[in-house]
Design a protein around this ligand. Structure first.
Ligand code: NAP
Length: 434
């Protein structure tokens, strides 16, 4: 019997478990350990609440958990309740699938002012992550700056701009829905340090901005490159840029929509200013060098705003004793191998890029590596040893069956038309299974 511990129950963790099931059949016991009492990581607390079709992938992960050889062990923090070294003693392979839940740091003066928020916190807040439920973003802001031109920036802008009606069928948590309905926002500005041809937004997600009830995307014609140059783009990028062109063309017809979502390209924030709380951003105009990197031109201007949300990417928090690549914010690894018996997968391996589906081949690749490295196993104690350790330490674990009870309770307390109302407090989650 092979014993595998996977740390993290998001897409990377579940695809790895599924791959192990397929590769080893009954001859493997997989424990998926998560710090929260509820599974699915990014699917639950990262994917936007109005993108329910993407969240539906959790049904596939649920199937992985139906067999006896895969266990969910919730409410266990690796590094506190049990160390990586202890897990390595107990399991043939330990796979870190911890994602990249921390913000890449916005390293400019004034970024510690009140009202400057990282996307991990803001997304966690509207998705009911227990760590961020008390964020209390300044929703009295009339002008919000969003730094970054990626899909997370798009999610954040869309959530800020939507009406209550547009959240029908979503699982946005009650505190966020209530807060957003009091929002005073009139202007949302994306600050992209490069141009329209360098956005990291995908076409489907970008297209949604053109369909909002009360908000209109604003793209200045002067920022758009010659249309002929679009031919050089790969097809997805070309489609995305076509959306930007269409936003520019449609602007006149959308004047009645009160919220502006402005694309400010070649714009690099260099300082946040304000008296205790953000009042403005100092922005430097940029140009592209030959390598298509942004370089400051020295020309600066001010953008008044009362909230800044930086959506500039994420990093994997280090874990004691695990080699780490600080520059790239991920575990040091070669094709997912960190040390003998220790692996990483998903964003913890490759950094925060790609879609949820990218984690599927990742999971299969890491299981192939494990198969190559550990042979048939049979040397380690596995889950019985973990259970003994956790019991000795008084750690109250949550099983998949418990999760199903928590889920039932979340469904039962949903507002009309919503799939669930998430518990945002760990104690409430645990109480709901009893
Ligand atoms: P991302 O796609 O890497 O975008 C980050 C953006 O931040 C880029 O525009 C980048 O500009 C900019 N940036 C980075 N550092 C900066 C700095 N210091 N100052 C100013 N701008 C800076 O990251 P993300 O939006 O967090 O998304 C993470 C991953 O999740 C992506 O693969 C994304 O597609 C995926 N995702 C998908 C969906 C969906 O499919 N619905 C939703 C959310 C996220 P440069 O290009 O110049 O570096």
């Amino acid at each position: 019997m092979r014993h595998i511990a996977i740390i993290g129950s998001g897409p990377a963790g579940y695809y790895s478990a599924e791959a192990a099931q397929k590769k080893f059949g009954e001859d493997v016991a997989v424990d998926i350990i998560d710090r929260l009492p509820v599974p699915f990581g990014l699917i639950r607390t990262g994917v936007a609440p109005d993108h329910q079709s993407i969240k539906a992938v959790s049904r596939r992960y649920e199937k992985t958990n139906l067999g006896d050889n895969v266990r969910f062990v919730g409410n266990v923090t690796v590094g506190e309740d049990v160390s990586v070294a202890e897990l390595q003693e107990l399991y043939d392979a330990v796979v870190l699938a911890t994602g990249a839940p921390a913000d890449r740091v916005l390293d400019i003066p004034g970024s510690d002012l009140d009202g400057v928020i990282g996307s991990a916190a803001f997304v966690g807040w509207y998705n009911g992550h227990p760590d961020f439920k008390d964020l209390d973003p300044p929703l009295d802001a009339t002008s919000v700056a969003i730094i970054g031109n990626g899909n997370v920036a798009l999610d954040v802008a869309r959530i800020l701009a939507k009406t209550e009606n547009e959240f029908a069928g979503s699982d946005i948590v009650g505190h966020a829905l209530d807060g957003l309905q009091q929002s005073k926002v009139e202007k949302i500005t994306f600050l992209g340090r490069r141009g329209p041809h360098q956005i990291a937004m995908t076409p489907k997600e970008l297209g949604e901005l053109g369909q909002l009830e009360r908000a209109r995307p604003v793209v200045e014609g002067r920022d758009l490159p010659d249309e002929g140059d679009d031919a050089l783009l790969e097809p997805g990028m070309r489609k995305a840029v076509t959306h930007l062109r269409n936003f520019h063309i449609a602007a006149a017809d959308a004047q009645h929509k009160p919220i502006e979502i402005i694309f400010d390209f070649f714009a690099m924030p260099v300082e946040v200013q304000g008296d205790g709380r953000v009042e403005k951003l100092i922005v430097e105009k940029t140009a592209l060098d030959k390598g298509l990197r942004s370089i400051g031109t020295g020309e600066r201007y001010e953008l008044e705003c009362q909230m800044v949300i930086s959506c500039i990417g994420y990093r994997t928090p280090p874990i004691e004793g695990v080699p780490y690549e600080h520059g790239r914010g991920r575990f040091a690894n070669i094709d997912g191998r960190i040390l003998p018996g220790l692996y990483c997968v998903g964003w913890a391996r490759r950094g925060p890029s790609g879609t949820i589906g990218t984690n599927k081949p990742d999971g299969f690749t890491i299981v192939d590596a494990i198969a190559e490295d550990i042979g048939s196993g049979d040397r380690k104690e596995g889950r019985a040893g973990l259970d003994r350790l956790l019991e000795q330490r008084g750690v109250e674990t949550v099983t998949f069956r418990d999760w199903k009870k928590i889920e039932e309770a979340e469904i039962a307390r949903a507002r009309e038309g919503a799939p669930r109302e998430k518990f945002t407090d760990i104690a409430d989650m645990i109480a709901a299974r009893d």
